[in-house]
Ligand binder design. Structure first.
Ligand code: BG6
Length: 518
C-alpha cells in the first residue's frame, strides 16, 4: 500500500458526530470598530467561501454611527481588501456573502433600537434566522451588562433558550482584576445562562495551540515523560517584535500582565500542564484547565519580588530601525510605570509537576515575534558523556513552535561523524507547512464556527477566567506602589531586562530564545 493511502486510513476524525451549524443570525455590537473590519468580517467571508457557514445566515452590524446597509457593505469590502488572508478577494463570493449583511443603527442604551433589531430579524421571515442568535459583543466590557439587559428586555435573549438558541460572545479584556471579572460575570449571567456565554481567547483558535492536547494525548511516547520525573523545567515564550503602536491608551490600562499573561500565556500553560480530561467534551477539558490553574502555587508579595520580573522598553533598534521608548509612545504617560515585559516563575503544586518551574515570558519590542513552548528534560546522570562534557552536553528538549514556522522539534545529542568522539545536539523536526501544506485559517474563523455550533471547548469558562485573574492579582499586589527601577528597563530590540536572565539563573537555567525563521 502506498504511504499516502496509509495516511488516509489513519486519519481519525473526532468530529464525525459534530452537529451541523443551524441557520442563524450573527449580530455584531460595536460594528464600526477595528475588530469587525480586521477579524470578524474576514473570518465570516472565509467561512462562507469555504462553505462552512450554515445554509442560511444573516450578519447584522449594530452601532451608533449612521450608515445604510449599502454603505456598511462598501466599508467592509474595503477593509476586506486590506485584511483578507487570501488575496485578491473573490468578487463573486463577496457579492453573495454581502447580500446577507445588514446594518442596524442604535445606541446600546436605547431599548427602542433593540426592538428595531427585533423587527429586522422578523423581516427575514424564517424562525431560525429570527431566534438562533449569536450576539458578538465587540464593545468595551463596560457595555456588556447594558447590552445583555436590553437584549433580554427586547425579548431577544432567553435564558432558558425556549425559542431557538442565543449565545453571547465576548472579547477580552474580560475585566481588569478578579473583582471586575466577577462583576462582569454576574452581569452577563443575570440574563444569560453560563452555557450561553462564550469568552474568547484567540490563542485557543490557533491550530498549534489546539494541537497541544492531540500531541500529548494521542501519542504514547511523550505523555509518559510529561512529569516531574523527566521534565526539568518548562519555558513558555510569547514575544512580539512590535511595540504598542497606536494602542498606548489601552495599554496604559492593561500592561503585559493583563494583556497577555492573564489570558494567552496561562491558557497555553494550562493545556501543556493539565491532566488528561475524561473526554474531549468542553466541560471535562475546561474542568482540567481550572484544576491546573488552581494548583499554581499562590504568590505572596515576597515571592513576587523573587519570582516575577517586569520590564519596560526604552528607545532602541528593532530590525535595523530606531524605535521610540514606551514612555514616548502616543497616549502614554511620560513617567508611566506600565510593564511591556513580564517573566514569571510559577510552581504547580500537584503530583505531576511538584518542583518543576514553569517560566512564562512575554514582551513588546523584543527581537522577533514568536510563540514557543519548550519542555526541557532533565540532564543525563553525570557518568559517561556527561562526566566528560559537563554542561556542554545539552539536555534533551522538545519545542512546540506555536507561531510562526509552526511545528515541533526534538533536540537530542548525536555523535559528530569522524574519528574523534564528539557529541553535539541535533534535531528531529516536524513542520506544519511541509506536512500539511500552507493551511492557515485565522483563529477567528474556527472560533466563530465553534460558537455558531455551540461548542464551548475553545472558550473560557467563568471559573477559568476568575482563577487566572486570582494569579494575576497577586502579582499586581506585589508591584503595588513600586515604581520601575533601572534594572527593569530594556532596550527595544533586546530580550528584556537582565533581571529576566537572573530569574532563571537562580536554578541554573537559561532562556532559550526562539530563532528567526530562515
Ligand atoms: C492580543 C493582545 O490579545 O494578542 C495584543 O491584546 C497582542 O497586545 C496580541 O499583540 C498577540 O496576538 P498574536 O495572535 O499576534 O500572537
Amino acid at each position: 500500500m502506498e504511504n499516502e493511502d496509509l495516511d488516509e486510513l489513519m486519519v481519525c476524525r473526532l468530529d464525525q458526530t459534530r452537529k451541523t451549524v443551524e441557520p442563524c443570525s450573527i449580530v455584531i455590537f460595536g460594528a464600526s470598530g477595528d475588530l469587525t473590519a480586521r477579524k470578524l468580517i474576514p473570518a465570516l467571508y472565509h467561512l462562507y467561501k469555504e462553505k462552512q457557514m450554515p445554509p442560511k445566515f444573516r450578519v447584522i452590524g449594530f452601532a451608533r454611527r449612521e450608515k445604510t446597509d449599502a454603505s456598511w457593505r462598501e466599508e467592509l469590502r474595503q477593509a476586506l481588501d486590506q485584511f483578507s488572508r487570501t488575496k485578491p478577494v473573490d468578487d463573486k463570493v463577496w457579492q453573495e456573502f454581502s447580500a446577507n449583511v445588514f446594518y442596524c443603527m442604535g445606541e446600546f442604551s436605547d431599548l427602542e433600537a433593540y426592538k428595531k433589531l427585533g423587527k429586522q430579524l422578523d423581516s427575514f421571515g424564517d424562525p431560525q434566522l429570527r431566534n438562533n442568535l449569536l450576539f458578538y459583543l465587540a464593545t468595551s466590557p463596560s457595555q456588556f451588562g447594558e447590552v445583555v439587559e436590553q437584549l433580554y428586555k427586547a425579548d431577544l435573549l432567553h435564558k432558558d433558550e425556549s425559542k431557538g438558541w442565543q449565545r453571547i460572545v465576548v472579547e477580552k479584556p474580560f475585566g481588569h482584576d478578579l473583582a471586575s471579572a466577577y462583576q462582569l460575570n454576574t452581569e452577563l449571567t443575570r440574563y444569560a445562562h453560563e452555557r450561553q456565554v462564550f469568552r474568547i481567547d484567540h490563542y485557543l483558535g490557533k491550530e498549534t495551540v489546539q494541537n497541544i492536547l492531540m500531541f500529548r494525548f494521542a501519542n504514547s511516547i511523550f505523555e509518559r515523560l510529561w512529569n516531574r520525573d523527566s521534565v526539568d523545567h518548562v519555558q513558555i515564550t510569547v514575544s512580539e517584535n512590535l511595540g504598542v503602536g497606536q494602542r498606548g491608551g489601552y495599554y496604559e490600562e492593561a500592561g503585559a500582565l493583563r494583556d497577555m499573561v492573564q489570558n494567552h500565556l496561562l491558557q497555553v500553560m494550562s493545556l501543556v500542564a493539565m491532566e488528561p480530561p475524561v473526554s474531549l467534551d468542553a466541560e471535562p477539558i475546561r474542568d482540567e484547565k481550572v484544576k491546573l490553574l488552581k494548583s499554581i502555587r499562590p504568590l505572596t508579595p515576597e515571592d513576587v519580588a523573587k519570582q516575577v520580573v517586569r520590564g519596560q522598553y526604552f528607545a532602541g533598534m528593532v530590525d535595523g530601525k530606531m524605535q521610540l521608548g514606551y514612555r514616548q509612545e502616543a497616549k502614554v504617560k511620560a513617567d508611566s510605570n506600565v510593564e511591556t515585559f513580564v517573566a514569571v516563575k510559577l510552581l504547580v503544586d500537584n503530583w505531576r509537576w511538584s518542583g518543576v518551574p514553569f517560566y512564562l515570558r512575554t514582551g513588546k519590542h523584543l527581537p522577533l515575534s514568536a510563540s514557543e513552548v519548550r519542555i526541557q528534560f532533565r540532564p543525563t546522570p553525570s557518568v559517561l558523556f556527561a562526566a566528560q562534557c559537563g554542561n556542554k552536553l545539552d539536555p534533551n528538549a522538545l519545542t512546540l513552535r506555536l507561531q510562526p514556522n509552526e511545528g515541533i522539534s526534538l533536540r537530542f545529542n548525536g555523535k559528530v561523524p569522524g574519528t574523534s568522539t564528539s557529541v553535539r545536539p541535533v534535531r528531529m523536526s516536524f513542520s506544519y507547512n511541509s506536512e500539511f501544506g500552507a493551511y492557515t485559517p485565522e483563529a477567528y474563523e474556527r472560533l466563530l464556527l465553534e460558537a455558531m455550533a455551540g461548542d464551548a471547548t475553545l472558550f473560557i469558562r467563568r471559573d477559568e477566567v476568575e482563577a487566572a485573574w486570582a494569579i494575576v492579582d497577586e502579582i499586581r499586589k506585589g508591584w503595588e506602589g513600586k515604581p520601575l527601577t533601572n534594572r527593569e528597563f530594556y532596550s527595544a530590540g533586546t530580550w528584556g531586562p537582565m533581571a529576566a536572565d537572573d530569574l532563571l539563573a537562580q536554578r541554573g537555567h537559561v532562556w532559550r530564545n526562539p530563532q528567526p525563521v530562515t
